[in-house]
Design a binder for this molecule. Structure first.
Ligand code: SAM
Length: 481
């Protein structure tokens, strides 16, 4: 395994591993490996290539995507204005911009409302001697440009005070005890920072502590921090997630249902694409998350969104007498012009992710849940309406198998062409024909380490990387005839 000492020269005296490949529970690894080496796939690419691709996938998943993607509020300002403001703001982030010349921000010719900022790394950083250990989630955020917030800190040196230089390491397997003074278990170095809070301020306060505990200054992966940055004008969202709402194709004046909507990334995008004209109904079954949808709608100045806390499996009401008069759920069948089912899923496409705690039982629990939601989605969609199904996972069971199941279960659904189509084709092994595989979009992460930025690269090669170096994601579009 490559180590910080090997990677970063003689002056480093300790060895810390750098982003090991995603660790799965053995039975989950076997399950995924079987899917990625299924008979049809082996016949297409051969055993060696299939195995190599699977191992590469686990490596790519542990690394952050090659670009930070934000969706620009083009319903409020032009893309150029937003880009200029973003350049100004990022230039102020000394840690991010110093010595790097003009801030590179790219637009995407097929996705008209995104701005892409390249991520550089892994970089040569020699870890400080004092260590702050953070939880895996917090560590993943640090790899995507965040500072360390107090709730994410698990361990800090005994005498740490504000102003101290520290190394930030992730406890990827969740073994470190909160409040420890050191941690000898498996940890991954993420970069150096300056403590903003003392150890006592983090662990000995009467109330739960909020706010930045360590400001990251020398990260292993360099991305800008978007904490509180232009909240009205930019929304941090992975590129495939932005593609979803474009594929749905919402039109002003329509009535649209987002069945699993929180925190409202796609809901707000749908409303923005409609010019805030029409009705977007957002459902989520967790009340606190529904509040986030409302907050996001308000920050982005979108009035056509109404959010409800509701279990979407029960969102259809065939008895007109039981339909509430307020326009909320449950709804009569065929109530919506378009339905988005951005389904709860095993999330195995999320990046970076160095250890996944899910059991096989948990991973396989999503397929039946998604099918129940799918039944409701089809019933709520009007004839000739559009249904988009998406997940942020890489399993065959939650993606291509769901499409094959839907096409055989609902004869009135047909698979549709997607615009834009910037992802790859669907995987073989689930019974989809080659034509059907070409209609869906599977984003299979690839990663090109880049420690010197994108100097010398032409626009088309940068775009190819932006389209491929994303989280793992899947999109299928149907029409109900
Ligand atoms: C993938 S996330 C949605 C992300 C969201 N579409 C966005 O772009 O911001 C899935 C969401 O489904 C919600 N969920 C899970 N089961 C549900 C159900 N039966 N009814 C409604 N929401 C559900 C979860 O609470 C979670 O917020």
């Amino acid at each position: 395994m490559r180590t910080v000492m090997q990677a970063f020269g003689e002056s480093c005296t300790r060895t810390v591993s750098v982003l090991p490949k995603l660790k799965l529970k053995p039975e989950v690894r076997q399950y995924l490996s079987n899917a990625f080496q299924n008979k049809e796939l082996l016949a297409e690419v051969g055993e060696q290539e299939a195995n190599k691709k699977f191992e590469e996938l686990l490596t790519y998943l542990s690394h952050p995507p090659g670009f930070t993607c934000v969706r620009a509020s083009t319903h409020l300002e032009s893309l150029e204005t937003i880009r200029d403001q973003l350049v100004d703001e990022l230039q102020k982030q000394v840690a991010w911009s110093s010595g790097r010349g003009p801030v590179p921000i790219f637009t995407h010719p097929q996705v008209p409302d995104v701005l892409l900022i390249p991520v550089t790394g892994p970089l040569s950083v020699c870890p400080q001697r004092s260590e702050v250990i953070v939880g895996a989630q917090c560590g993943n955020s640090v790899l995507r440009g965040a500072n360390v917030f107090a709730p994410g800190v698990l361990s800090a040196p005994k005498y740490m005070k504000a102003g101290d230089s520290v190394a930030v390491c992730s406890d990827v397997e969740g073994r470190c005890t909160r409040g420890a003074t050191e941690f000898q278990g498996r940890k991954v170095f993420l970069g150096n920072g300056i403590a903003v809070m003392s150890r006592a301020a983090i662990f000995q306060a009467d109330e739960p502590v909020r706010g930045v505990a360590v400001r990251v200054q020398e990260p292993v992966y360099h991305s800008p921090s978007f904490d509180g940055l232009l909240p009205r004008l930019v929304f941090l969202q992975n590129l495939p997630s932005v593609v979803v709402s474009h594929v749905l194709g919402p039109q002003p004046g329509e009535r649209i249902l987002d069945m699993c909507a929180a925190p409202g990334g796609k809901t707000s995008h749908i409303a923005a694409l409609m010019g805030d004209q029409g009705e977007v109904i957002a459902l989520d079954k967790i009340a606190s998350k529904v509040e986030r949808i409302r907050q996001n709608a308000s920050t982005l100045e979108l009035d056509c969104i109404t959010a409800y806390c509701f279990n979407s499996i029960r969102a259809v009401c065939a008895d007109q007498a039981q339909v509430p008069g307020n326009g909320g759920p449950p709804f009569p069948p065929e109530s919506f012009d378009r339905v988005l089912l951005d389904a709860p899923c095993s999330g195995l496409g999320q990046r970076p992710n160095m250890a996944c705690p899910l059991s096989l039982r948990e991973v396989t629990s999503y397929q039946p849940l998604q099918r129940k939601l799918f039944h409701a989605a089809v019933r709520l969609l009007r004839r000739s309406g559009t249904l988009v199904y998406s997940t942020c996972t890489v399993t065959l069971a939650e993606n291509e198998e769901q499409v094959a199941w839907a096409l055989s279960t609902f004869p009135d659904l047909t698979l549709q062409l997607q615009i834009p189509h910037i992802g790859g084709e669907g995987m073989p092994g689930a019974g989809l024909s080659n034509d059907q595989r070409r209609l869906v979009q599977r984003f299979s992460p690839r990663h090109e380490p880049s420690d010197s930025g994108l100097a010398g690269r032409d626009q088309s090669s940068i775009l190819r990387q932006a389209n491929a170096d994303t989280i793992g994601f899947f999109i299928a579009k149907f029409q109900k005839t």
